[in-house]
Design a protein around this ligand. Structure first.
Ligand code: BTN
Length: 335
């Protein structure tokens, strides 16, 4: 298996190994000497790293003289834990993990330009400048949500790239349903809602020539274990925890999502857009018969959703008017 290359700010492989060791022996005290031996560093380095992990919010208890243990099972998505679960999966091979970064999309974009291969995954426990659609920001509290970006190099025309947003929405939908039993609403093109509040979103960006995609990055944010949101988001955002009443294991959600995405992505490349469009129409109640307001640039109008075009664009039957195709813009339900 190729080694994940180093990149400024990524979690040191040995720090990740320390977290994995503690996670796999959660609540059991492990001596600093054993940790040092297993990871191949000095005891004082172990102590220094434990201090760093504490600052990052990892609940490591104990001290130099007694040894260390995790106070509660940590839900950190370390490269080792993910690799073990994603053997053979396109997305388990190149993994850049950050405890804290501005935006995984920003990093993935740079990696794309630097020639990193298809399947590269960038994940952060916390984002300080998470990007949302339409220039908005994405609230990325430490250790509670899933914040990651996939790098893809599909042979597609640029107009087909938005289908990847829809495809990842479908994978996230299936993963959430499988793990929690909750059925989110899939809103075209990139929102996942529970009880009318946003639980997940996808931001796809690409680098393309006029007729061919060079690479696409698909950034996924899912609110998993947040207990509350800042006041400005409280009425519009929710988390799986708030809706299910339980903590959910982020690693498990990610593994399900990536496994599903890999198989759907391959089918899309083999079968073409109809695979995505047909499935989206089956899964999303939003794309037919909903009264919506469309805001696109300076234009704003009300109509009823009328399915998807063969390219995956949303069709709107405008009040007293023609059927229009929405290429971009905000579509919100009018009740
Ligand atoms: C939306 O506005 O609905 C899209 C939100 C996408 C957020 C994710 S979190 C991981 C990735 N990195 C970012 O900076 N944004 C995306």
């Amino acid at each position: 298996m190729p080694q994940t290359p180093s990149l400024r700010g990524t979690t040191d492989r040995r720090v990740a190994a320390l977290v994995t060791l503690l996670s796999e022996n959660a609540t059991i005290v492990i001596s600093g000497a054993r940790i040092a031996r297993e990871i191949g560093v000095s005891r004082s380095t172990v102590w220094r790293w434990v201090e760093q992990l504490r600052k990052l919010g990892v609940h490591v208890k104990g001290q130099r003289s007694t040894g260390y243990f995790l106070e509660k099972v940590s839900d950190i998505v370390t490269p080792e834990l993910l690799r073990k679960r994603l053997k053979g999966n396109l997305f388990g091979k190149r993994f850049f993990h950050f405890f804290k970064i501005d935006s995984t999309n920003r990093v993935a974009m740079e990696l794309g330009y630097a020639g990193e291969p298809e399947g590269t995954l960038v994940l952060a426990e916390e984002q300080t400048a998470g990007r949302g659609r339409a220039g908005r920001s994405w609230h990325s509290e430490r250790g509670t949500g899933l914040y990651f970006t996939l790098l893809l190099r599909p042979r597609l025309a640029p107009v087909q790239a938005p289908l990847l947003t829809m495809l990842s929405g479908l994978s996230a939908h299936a993963a959430i349903q499988g793990l929690t039993g909750l059925t989110p609403e899939l809103k075209w093109p990139n929102d996942l809602l529970l009880n009318g509040k946003k639980v997940g979103g996808i931001l796809t960006e690409m680098h393309a020539e006029p007729s061919v995609v060079r690479f696409v990055i698909v950034g996924v944010g899912i609110n998993v274990n947040q207990e509350k949101f800042p006041p400005e988001l409280a009425s519009i955002a929710t988390s799986l925890r708030k809706e299910s009443g339980k903590m959910n294991y982020r690693l498990e959600l990610l593994v399900r999502l990536l496994t599903q995405f890999e198989s759907d992505y391959n089918r899309f490349l083999r079968e073409g857009p109809s695979f995505v469009v047909d499935r989206f129409e089956r899964v999303s109640n939003f794309v037919k018969g909903r009264r919506v307001r469309v805001e696109s640039g300076a234009e704003s109008y009300v109509g009823t959703t009328a399915g998807l075009s063969p390219e995956g664009l949303l069709l709107i039957l405008r009040e007293n008017g023609p059927v229009l195709t929405v290429i971009a813009g905000d579509v919100t339900e009018v009740r």
